[in-house]
Write a new protein. Structure first.
Length: 162
């Protein structure tokens, strides 16, 4: 598996698992029925935003991440990022490889910190993974996310200074 910059041609491989993740309503604060165009706009921001894909040995896209400044101007030195891994390829280190890559890239780009704005507290896999990569929970916004099965749950803000 390797991580590379995403190309517009990768979109047809990304959208099916992205749509599935949004529709599940468990991990992303997006409309569950977000349309393809809106999702694509969000996932392919203008530079300095970056989009990467993880591809397996056969060149298949198995995950993706988007990153860039979290805010503008005097707060533009803090990066943010979002991650999605195809459920069919979950639990095999794709998320960890994407997380490492995005953090290394943000450091190399001169960002001074990484902030994840909305990690659903019941998303155990993500919370454990981000913690293991040095992110820490700095706040939990009570009942800020309405989960499909758990109802109102907290959203963690996770942060790491470089
Ligand atoms: C969260 C996500 C990116 C993780 O990707 P992944 O490829 O499945 O993750 P990895 O295979 O790299 O595994 C990450 C770690 O989670 C651990 N893990 C798996 N299930 C877990 C669980 N239920 N509780 C705690 N840790 C768990 C794994 O053991 C692994 O740790 P290890 O590398 O020390 O073995 C992926 O599941 C995903 O896209 N989910 C839907 C969207 C999402 O949640 N995005 C992130 C929003 S913050």
């Amino acid at each position: 598996m390797r991580i590379r910059e995403a190309h517009p041609d990768d979109w047809p491989a990304i959208w099916p698992f992205m749509q599935e993740i949004a529709a599940a309503g468990e991990t992303f604060s997006w409309d569950r029925d977000i349309d393809e165009q809106r999702a694509r706009q969000r996932w392919f921001p203008q530079p300095p935003g970056r989009t990467v894909v993880a591809v397996d040995d056969d060149g298949r896209v198995v995950g993706t991440a988007v990153s860039g400044p979290n805010h503008e101007g005097p707060a533009a030195h803090v990066a943010t990022a979002s991650f999605m891994v195809d459920a069919e390829h979950a639990g095999r280190g794709v998320g960890r490889a994407l997380g490492r890559h995005v953090l290394d890239q943000a450091r190399a780009d001169g960002f001074r910190a990484m902030q994840f704005n909305a990690v659903v507290e019941t998303n155990d896999r993500a919370v454990a993974l981000w913690r293991s990569l040095g992110m820490r929970i700095v706040a939990t916004l009570p009942e800020a996310f309405h989960h499909t099965t758990h109802g109102y749950v907290g959203l963690h803000v996770m942060y790491q200074q470089f």
